[in-house]
Ligand binder design. Structure first.
Ligand code: 5GP
Ligand code: ZN
Length: 111
């Protein structure tokens, strides 16, 4: 049994609110949103993070950001994308995901 929570969400074993899906990735609302708009871009093929992912996949995911920002209504006021990577990066789910946050003025730095 796959114990990766995002693989289980992709397989439909755990419910999620999907805002976008194609053959390569899903985009879901974060279960604990840190901003009014907080979604996770998750590739369908399991890979741990930005270090292990194929550059072509990362390019594809980043290439979808503009379309998603428009769909979520944050393209004009602005937003942030984040890929927490590894333990020091605060990555808690070891399946690559890119956070897209917006809908309010976000603080910086995040730590
Ligand atoms: P990380 O800390 O690894 O960068 O982010 C993991 C994110 O996944 C967190 O923001 C967390 O709220 C979210 N998350 C964890 N489990 C679930 C889940 O079962 N469903 C959804 N929609 N989000 C989840
Ligand atoms: Zn996985």
């Amino acid at each position: 049994m796959n114990d990766c929570i995002f693989c289980r969400i992709i397989a439909g074993e755990i419910p999620s609110e999907r805002v976008y899906e194609d053959d390569k990735m899903i985009v879901i609302r974060d279960v604990a949103p840190a901003a009014p708009v907080h979604v996770l871009m998750i590739p369908k093929a399991h890979t741990e993070n930005i270090i292990t992912a194929e550059p072509e996949l990362l390019l594809y995911m980043f290439g979808k950001v503009k379309e998603l920002a428009e769909k979520l209504g944050v393209n004009e006021k602005g937003f942030r994308i984040v890929a927490n990577t590894g333990d020091d990066g605060g990555q808690t789910v070891k399946h690559l995901h890119i956070h897209l946050l917006g809908g309010k003025a976000l603080g910086w730095p995040p730590c």
